[in-house]
Write a protein that binds this ligand. Sequence first.
Ligand code: 1CP
Length: 349
Amino acid sequence: MNFPVLKNDRILRAARGEDVDRIPIWVMRQAGRYLPEFRELRSRHDFFTICRTPELACEVTLQPIKRFDLDASIIFSDILVIVQALGMDVEMQPSIGPVIIDPLREPCDLDRLKEHVDVHKELGYVFEAITLTRHRLDGQVPLIGFSGAPWTLMCYMIEGGGSKTMSKSKKWLYTYPEESKQLLQKLTDVIIKYLIEQVKAGAQMLQVFESNAEHLNLELFNRFSGPYISAICKGVKNELKEQSVPMVVFAKGGHYAIKELSTLGYEVVGLDWTVDPVKARRIVGDNITLQGNLDPCALYGPTNQIKEMVKNMKTKFTNRRYIANLGHGIYPDVDPEHLRAMIDAIHES
Ligand code: 1CP
């Protein structure tokens, strides 16, 4: 596809454990509602229309890159596009978030899901957006592709949206473990194909979001999350071989499984803000890159305080095998200039 030559490969080098001249940084949800230019574009277009229109998805992806000195971009999309590809209707409702119209209630509802998902037919717009963005980036920074992990997507399919307890989904784990595994496997198969095609379209790193890890414990994780996240990494790398790209696993609330997460085949383990970097490094050893983990709420504080917190974070992570990020997505009411203060503080030596 003759992509422009990459001029900044810091993030890829850090992911692979190579030396870097300075710590690379990107931020989860860096394209989003905290940016006035995003809100302006979003006021004119429905959320999923932006995702499905490569020109718009590309424009939004580039917004934070134009504004800040970031070391990676992440394609604008949502983890729920896979749920749509499986045949469920998802709407983005103002001030609520994603709503799945007719969620799964009983195992017999699994029959409503498409038996075979043609990712090119259902999700081709994501691949087009990736290819377009890769060209428009002109090699400035790498482009990250992503997917939700099976357990997190299963939760949305059963809860019908966000939930404080995920009790409906956990009820499935305890009462229908075999059918739960069937659903998780189905999601895994689609995610593998989806991520492979993202790389073929131009994604240079991949992140898998297990955003609902906090509702599991180690035992549940080892049965219903870890094996599928591991299968995704193996499936993608086996198919892509030397075309493979670094992969990041981010399990929000997965503090109880840091060791396990570091053994699933991923080069990078993302940490949420509750995890102490020094303890995490002790647990994972030296052959894993860590990513994270400033508390997103720290960006509400004054900029001199942000700088101090970043300095402290850098000391704890050290500059070896480290990618700076927040410990979860940036909140919509954060002042973009406070993110700039964080980025500057990461770059200061
Ligand atoms: O109305 C709007 O504009 C919606 C706001 C919004 C945005 C900007 C949503 C709704 N999704 C997104 C983009 C998005 N989502 C990206 C873009 C790339 C970037 O990071 O810049 C990514 C990577 C996601 C991933 C995503 N979506 C996750 C995983 C990360 C996380 O936050 O844990 C999850 C859980 C979702 C679901 C989702 N989509 C949107 C919301 C508000 C939510 C969370 C709802 C909930 O469970 O409470």
